[in-house]
Design a protein around this ligand. Structure first.
Ligand code: SAM
Length: 301
């Protein structure tokens, strides 16, 4: 199969001599998400950021994904607590924070693993060491169809090839991501854990998976466990509790009656965006208008 954009400028795979000179603390922070992630909020930031408090103590983002909001807010919080329930995702974030040189060295192994056959080989592998797992995760994230991370109920990644070349990661970009993660807490944990940590003056951003439009929807979730209506009810209760504690918070989701009813205790703001959704043929995506909502709560709302 042909690879997309193979004629673009070549990969900036790290050379050992450059790696030894990588001085993370000297890199100016120009960081942004290093992963492709379905439901990533990069393109919606302009609609959400006006409602985010200018000042906050700690920042909590428990549905982390690619962390678009975290990168957009860099510097506003005294301390950031990031978490997600996808073990491979959280491992990759942790390795990028703690072992960027080992990570970029490992990516060199994937330089020659281009194309469909190599993709399915990598997909079938199950490395155990955290750095090897992070490199495989990053490779699959960059080359899978639509950047989708989907696992079956046994936790096995099952997304088809996306016909994209693997280009590695640019060292200076990786260094700026690593620099912005210094002192950041990254945990593999459920969103309910926020209840134990959030204090007055903190800000929480919740971007849970959208509930499937129908019960027959094939997308079974980012981590083998489906996010269900009952989870959304518990998120609404958690948000009520945060408001009582004078914690500011925002929830993003699809605009629908369920959301409006569940979050009638807070301020509901609707807007529309263009989203890429799966088309009839599995390999293609098409743009579609999507009604979005943010719910704003806490003392600033
Ligand atoms: C819509 S995505 C978040 C996208 C993110 N805002 C971004 O910009 O990339 C939802 C995330 O929630 C995670 N997730 C699903 N159920 C969860 C749960 N119960 N607790 C914590 N995270 C969960 C998924 O693994 C996924 O990464």
């Amino acid at each position: 199969m042909l690879l997309e954009n193979t004629c673009e400028k070549s990969v900036l795979f790290a050379q050992p001599s450059i790696l030894s000179a990588l001085k993370i603390e000297q890199v100016p922070p120009n960081a942004k998400p290093f992963l492709r992630w379905v439901g990533g909020k990069s393109r919606l930031l302009n609609s959400i950021l006006p409602y985010v408090p200018e000042k906050m103590n700690a920042y909590h983002e428990p549905f982390l994904g690619s962390g678009a909001m975290f990168f957009a807010l860099r510097g506003r919080a005294t301390k950031s607590y990031l978490s997600d329930l996808n073990a491979e995702l959280v491992n990759a974030w942790t390795v990028v924070r703690d072992e960027p040189v080992a990570f970029v060295n490992k990516l060199v192994d994937y330089e020659t693993r281009q194309g469909e056959v190599a993709y399915y080989e990598v997909r079938s592998e199950a490395p155990e060491h955290r750095v090897d797992r992070a490199a495989r995760f990053f490779y699959l994230n960059q080359t899978a169809w639509n950047g989708l991370w989907r696992e079956n109920r046994f936790g096995v990644f099952n997304v088809p090839f996306g016909a994209r070349a693997f280009r590695g990661i640019k060292e200076d970009f990786l260094a700026s991501v690593t620099a912005s993660l210094r002192d950041v807490s990254i945990e593999l944990t459920d969103f309910r854990q926020v209840a134990a940590n959030a204090k007055k003056g903190d800000f929480c951003y919740f971007d849970p998976p959208y509930l499937p439009i129908s019960d027959t929807s094939k997308f079974s979730g980012y981590n083998g466990k489906r996010f269900r209506f009952e989870d959304l009810v518990e998120l609404s209760d958690l948000c009520k509790e945060l408001s009582r504690r004078k914690v500011n918070w925002i929830v993003s989701n699809r605009d629908n009656e369920v959301m409006r009813e569940l979050f009638s205790h807070a301020r509901v703001i609707s807007f529309t965006t263009r989203r890429s959704v799966a088309a009839q043929t599995k390999r293609h995506v098409q743009p579609k208008d999507s009604p979005e909502v943010i719910i704003v709560g806490g003392p600033n709302s």
